[in-house]
Write a protein that binds this ligand. Structure first.
Ligand SMILES: [Zn+2]
Length: 538
């Protein structure tokens, strides 16, 4: 009787709340860090379906919550595995000014916990990191002029002034390091990263793409575009939405020329996950849709994703396992593209507007930014649907054959730590050894004049030279016969456009104090395992 009384008291409260700050303010405001934590604890005290862990502590000292939602009260990856559940990982607020993913995640956590979509929790556990960049979130202001609400939102950067979605190769932030630990621990079948667009005008609330790096496993890419993209979009249609692939006009003054997605390198979270042979999704909601519309669009997108993974999760996991096996077996010795041109992927209908395009008179040119390209483009209110070709810079134009593995000299021990943190197998030479290697001799280094994310990005010109070298004891060997071979090659290959060399992580070795002339990259390519005793590092 007493129990029933308590239940009666609790039930109406549960059915109503808690409400997010966005819901409470009729979508005028977005949640603070304290709002998020209070919301999660309100749910936690009512239900065992939710557990909260922390993936990292931000530079300003905020603990970043990872919310585990399941029917069974699962707390660990092991429990999920024992119950045969797949895991889906949702991340929001990486760019803390882009806030509807955070609000939609909180609403979805509540609705899952309160049993609104029990069918979606039948086969899967859902992890949410609703406020991945809490330091950025708390710097409320009017930072994003293209966004149609909320009144105030945070900034793009984390507490170290870095863009977390450019940090997946150099890995300097506690947030990204924590996320990578969580990915390794839980090994989700799908990772979703939620953003808001900036740029082109159109009439679609949700735009998205799967993992996109040009070095990604082919079967993974095929399944993503041929099954996952249409499958999730079909679920979205049932919710009243019409998503398009994420991108922007290739040429502002000629909208019909094409729709381009350009962010294909490994530094972006979703592409990084793809290089781990796992599926991922970049969600970009349309900035100029009002805040409430964006929150509900993002919410419908999450539901549509979960509907897809509830049915296809197991099939996706099998593809990922096959990709792991293929990487072990056949990635070494394959073609590694280093320069790319635009590839046309498919066509789609873009619902947008007619634009008025005017050439800027020569004497007024200096008043506009150079990316305007000499033209003023004004959106009209007249609707227009464009037949669009979708492009991305993933067509290989130049490249090299991958070696069997890499020798890393002890002088760059710090990059070995990055490899190990990512779960890449590294072995260590216990004795010195002489062997034939390919050494990259640098002719020229082109460095960006201004720093980007704290680094002067570099392009190397030079050639590989076959030579016999004495490899000192304590050097490292990274075999490309491993599941994470794709990630290892992108990070280590001297000519990789998004590798350690490009980010300047070898800089102190490349130019010595008295040397002047560039020396060499401290990573050798080798055609077989060093024939000596190797110690696997942990
Ligand atoms: Zn963003």
């Amino acid at each position: 009787m007493k129990k029933l009384f308590v239940l009666l008291l609790v039930l109406p409260v549960l059915a109503m709340g808690p409400l997010t700050r966005a819901e409470k303010t009729n979508f005028a405001e977005t949640s603070t860090y304290a709002d998020v934590m209070n919301f999660l604890w309100a749910l936690r005290t009512e239900s065992d379906r939710i557990h909260v862990k922390y993936i990292a502590t931000s530079a300003e000292g905020r603990k970043i919550p990872l919310v585990i939602v399941s029917k069974e009260g699962i707390k660990t990856p092991r429990e999920a595995k024992e119950l045969g559940k797949e895991i889906v990982y949702i991340e929001a607020n990486i760019h803390a000014g882009e806030v509807e993913g955070k609000e939609a995640s909180l609403m979805m956590i509540r609705d899952l916990v309160q049993g609104k979509y029990d069918d979606l929790l039948e086969n899967q556990v859902i992890l949410f990191c609703p406020i991945f960049n809490p330091d950025g979130n708390e710097k409320f202001g009017k930072h994003r002029y293209s966004d149609n609400g909320p009144q105030l939102a945070g900034v793009r950067y984390n507490g170290m002034g870095l863009d977390l979605n450019r940090d997946f190769v150099k890995q300097e932030t506690p947030e990204v390091m924590g996320l990578i630990r969580a990915l390794m621990e839980w090994d989700p079948v799908l990772f979703v990263d939620m953003h808001t667009t900036d740029g082109s005008y159109h009439r679609h609330v949700v735009t998205w793409t799967p993992q996109f790096a040009p070095w990604t496993d082919e079967e993974l890419m095929k399944y993503a575009w041929n099954r996952m993209f249409p499958g999730i979009n079909q679920n979205m249609k049932a919710e009243g939405y019409d998503p398009i692939p994420h991108g922007g006009f290739m040429d502002r003054k000629k909208p019909e020329k094409g729709w381009l997605f350009w962010a294909v390198l490994a530094r972006y979270g979703v592409n990084y996950v793809g290089l781990r042979n796992r599926f991922s999704i970049l969600d970009e909601n349309y900035a100029r849709a009002d805040f409430k519309t964006r929150v509900y669009g993002a919410y419908a997108f999450l539901k549509s994703i979960f509907r897809f993974t509830a049915v296809h999760g197991r099939e996706m996991r099998e593809i990922e396992r096959r990709a792991d096996l293929r990487a072990i077996k056949s990635y070494a010795g394959s073609f590694f593209p280093t320069e790319f041109g635009n590839k046309k992927l498919f066509e789609f209908s873009l619902k947008s507007y007619k634009f008025e395009i005017k050439k800027i008179p020569r004497k007024e040119l200096s008043r506009y930014p150079s990316w305007f390209g000499g033209y003023l483009v004004k959106k009209t209110d007249e609707f227009k649907t464009y037949k669009m070709s979708y492009f991305a810079p993933i067509k290989p134009e130049k490249g090299i054959t991958l070696p069997d593995g890499y020798i890393i000299l002890p002088v760059v021990k710090d990059v070995v730590d990055i490899l190990l943190r990512n779960g890449i197998t590294v072995e260590r030479l216990l004795k010195p050894l002489e062997m034939e290697v390919e050494e990259f001799r640098i002719d020229k280094i082109e460095a960006s004049p201004l720093p980007f994310q704290g680094h002067h990005l570099k392009k190397f010109k030079g050639k590989y030279v076959k030579t016999r070298k004495r490899i000192p004891a304590g050097s490292y060997f990274v075999s490309l016969h491993q599941p994470l071979a794709r990630l290892a090659a992108v990070m280590l290959e001297p000519l990789s456009p998004d590798g350690f060399a490009a980010w300047g992580l070898f800089d102190r070795v490349i130019v010595h104090e008295w040397g002047g002339r560039p020396w060499m990259i401290p990573v050798y390519r080798v055609s077989h395992r060093p024939k000596t005793k190797l110690l696997i590092m942990k």
